[in-house]
Design a protein around this ligand. Structure first.
Ligand code: MG
Length: 367
């Protein structure tokens, strides 16, 4: 029995994780459940799973961070599912890796903000990062058992709800429209990130760290059906792709069992005949300023990705609160990344400082 801590258990990934664990109660034991604010949702989960550790914990506060770190490093925990939204998830990732745990990572912001520090914590503590993000899970699955060098990784993007919209109409999109994701049901922050394509830039930065690939060897294509999750090209030119109907339960299960697989009849079987045509098109980067800013930040490295992430979080929060237009998100993110002078991200203080600076910039500019 492997012990599992789920940080962010009442969110979309947390609930999907519990749905997976319900089918594998003989393999995994729930040791810890934490939620940022949904007390009623957490209480219902605690009643069902009776974990020894549970609590309301906002990683953005000192008390909350202490609860998350405690859960992530507990001796009964083997796997930490980090499903916290945003920068608040970084401390728990670092603590779990330093304690030698497997981190099943849905909190891509950890790697984006502090990729080098996260990988260093894993090396030093003996922990490992296994991505839950469907595209990165796909890459890992394609690479599994293969020692040949990878020459190129392509992540797919659904294109979000505004794939066919012109720039003028998109700039004035409402919150409700931005949350209407065509293929995935997800939390609010990541749904907006998918609409701006900031999510794909975050994922390319995440892939850069996870798979040790340069930005020239990484790319994204629009694939509206969300069936092919990633394509991996090997040195001999062969391309291996991973396919499946959109569901986070498969990448979650794989993150728990990698490099093994468990039989699971609860996951909808892929059928190419019912999938319909699979199409691919180029990302129209001219319409997606946040995406361009993210790639620019990734290539600049150092503190730039942390600035991109923080600016994006603040801008998305301002949009969701009705304070800025949809079009303003990309503008604020690019202005902030453009105004930043990147420094090497050698320690956590430097990263946090850059993060705070970017948030202040966006708040001032958003007005
Ligand atoms: Mg993804």
């Amino acid at each position: 029995m492997r012990g599992v801590a789920i940080l962010g258990s009442t969110g979309s990934i947390g609930r999907s994780t519990l749905a997976v664990l319900r089918r594998h109660a003989d393999e995994f034991r729930v040791v810890a459940l934490t939620a940022r604010s949904d007390a009623a949702g957490l209480a219902a989960q605690v009643e069902e799973w009776t974990p020894p550790i549970s609590g309301i914990a906002d990683g953005g506060t000192e008390a909350g961070a202490a609860i998350l770190t405690g859960a992530a490093t507990d001796s009964r925990v083997d796997i930490v599912v980090n499903a916290i939204v945003g920068a608040a998830g970084l401390d728990a990732t670092l603590a779990a890796l330093a304690a030698g745990k497997r981190v099943a990572l849905a909190n891509k912001e950890s790697l984006v903000m502090a990729g080098e520090l996260v990988l260093e914590a894993a090396r030093a503590g003996g922990g490992e990062v296994i991505p839950i993000d469907s595209e990165h899970s796909a890459v890992l699955q394609c690479m599994s058992g293969c020692r040949a060098p990878v020459s190129r990784v392509t992540l797919t993007a659904s294109g979000g709800p505004f794939r066919d919209w012109d720039a003028g109409r998109m700039a004035l999109a409402t919150v409700e429209q931005a949350l209407q994701h065509p293929t995935w049901r997800m939390g609010r922050k990541i749904s907006v990130d998918s609409a701006t394509l900031a999510n794909k830039a975050l994922e390319l930065i995440e892939a850069h760290h996870l798979f040790g690939l340069s930005y020239d060897a990484l790319g994204a294509v629009i694939h509206p059906q969300s069936i092919v999750h990633a394509l991996v090209e090997f040195a001999d030119g062969s391309v291996v792709a991973q396919l499946g109907f959109p569901s986070m339960e498969l990448p979650i299960l794989y993150a728990l069992t990698h490099p093994d697989r468990l039989p699971d009849q609860g996951i909808r079987r892929f059928d190419p005949l019912s999938a319909g045509p699979l199409t691919f098109e180029a990302v129209r980067t001219e319409r997606f300023a946040a995406f361009r800013a993210g790639i620019e930040a990734g290539r600049a490295g150092g503190t730039a990705p942390a600035v991109f992430n923080a600016a994006n979080e603040e801008a998305v929060a301002a949009f969701l609160a009705g304070r800025i237009s949809f079009g303003r998100i990309g503008e604020l993110v690019s202005e902030t990344v453009g105004a930043h002078d990147p420094r090497p991200a050698t320690d956590l203080d430097t990263v946090r400082h850059a993060d705070c600076w970017a948030r202040r910039q966006v708040r001032e500019r958003a007005g």
